[in-house]
Design a protein. Sequence first.
Length: 165
Amino acid sequence: MRVLGIDPGTRIMGYGIVEERGDILSAVEFGALTSSEKTPIAERLAGIYRDLASIIEQYHPDEVAVEQPFFAKNARSALAIGRAQSIALLAAAMQKIPVYEYTPTQVKSAVASYGASSKEQVQEMVRLQLCLTETPQPNDAADALAVAICHIQQAHLRHLLQEET
């Protein structure tokens, strides 16, 4: 299974593609899509869409996992993240790729076994689980890889539960 994980944002959107072969997870590609705060929001969103569509076309993920926005104290920030999340959902849906959403707590629990883990703990667990020599940079890319790992673990759980019924 190949999963595209997305950490949404309108200035920096992290993405990470994780492939599972047997019991081995590997990072296929990761990085961040960036844009200037000075660029009008409509142009930023269009650019994010184009870039995500290109990534999907190039790497052919089987599924897409997107981190849900947390409830931020800053309403403007929460709105921006929600817009970016919507663009990620749209890019996957236009390619008819199943999309799954996870809360930050679900991602932390799946990757670091503790829902209140620090960003540094999650990033180190991503590095270890993907057998990387260094922590993925930028941080948004590491977060996106964590979302993909979370989805793969949840997919295994769903499969096991389906077998029981």
